[in-house]
Design a protein around this ligand. Structure first.
Ligand SMILES: *Cc1c(COP(=O)(O)O)cnc(C)c1O
Length: 234
């Protein structure tokens, strides 16, 4: 039996993900070019990110600052777009602004202030998405739908940050398509007020097709590309 190399494993995962995306695009009458695939590399080493980059992946997502900042350093020279997708404490804003091109998890006014200050200080412009708690419970990250408009206004007004759109995770126990339909409405309201805010970050390994059917522009895919993560011990 021949030994499967890690490169072959990742190439196979990527081919499967691309096939699922193509199928969902066909079903939804959308073009593949409307979608950005973000490879979520949390818990996986920088060597995997290098393999993904060699296979043509351009966008990478991480959810913890410490892990992300080390990995970004190890991936220097790859010309990747880095997405920060995890819950973010204001005291980590300086570090995250140092490497992230897009922050998907803006969910409170203090975080807008912190990211703006640090971006200005670093001379960078960071695209920020408002994370929406589609179950209305901000406990696991995300703003209540009723608070989204004010956060969008704050991001649009603050220097150093650019309002990019919305992000959400489908709530447990709800059919993802229903949840993503609500996200699409929230995104439309935001875009009516802020025409450039056209990003809808939705869809993970288990619900890519529902997200694509509901207008997602950015998919955040980990498991389907890199394999099942070991449970995190913190
Ligand atoms: C881990 C993570 C993902 C990727 O999830 P998979 O199910 O492994 O594809 C997407 N979004 C966020 C916010 C995550 O934390």
């Amino acid at each position: 039996m021949t030994e499967t190399t890690r490169r072959d494993e990742i190439a196979a995962g990527l081919a499967e993900v691309e096939a699922s995306i193509a199928e969902a695009c066909r079903a939804a009458g959308r073009a593949r070019e409307e979608l950005t695939l973000i490879a979520v590399s949390k818990t996986y080493p920088a060597s995997d990110v290098r393999l993904l980059a060699a296979l043509g992946v351009t966008d990478v997502g991480e959810n913890r600052d410490q892990e992300a900042s080390a990995k970004v350093r190890e991936c220097a020279g790859l010309d990747l777009t880095w997405h920060f997708i995890g819950q973010l404490q204001t005291n980590k804003a300086r570090s995250v602004v140092g490497y992230a091109d897009v922050v998907h998890s803006v969910d409170r006014p203090r975080l807008v202030t912190a990211l703006s200050q640090e971006a200005v200080r670093a001379g960078r412009e960071i695209t920020c998405l408002v994370q929406v708690a589609l179950d209305g419970d901000p406990g696991r990250g995300g703003a209540r739908p009723a608070d989204v408009a004010a956060l969008a206004e704050a991001l649009a007004a603050a220097p150093g940050v650019r309002l990019g759109g919305v992000m959400a995770v489908a709530p447990l126990g709800e059919e993802p398509g229903r949840a993503f339909a609500r996200l699409r409405e929230i995104a439309q309201v935001m875009r009516d007020a802020h025409p450039g805010a056209d990003v809808i970050s939705a869809g993970m390994s288990g619900d890519m097709s529902e997200a694509i059917a509901n207008g997602a522009t950015h998919l955040r895919v980990g498991t389907a590309l890199l394999g099942r993560r070991k449970p995190l011990v913190r």
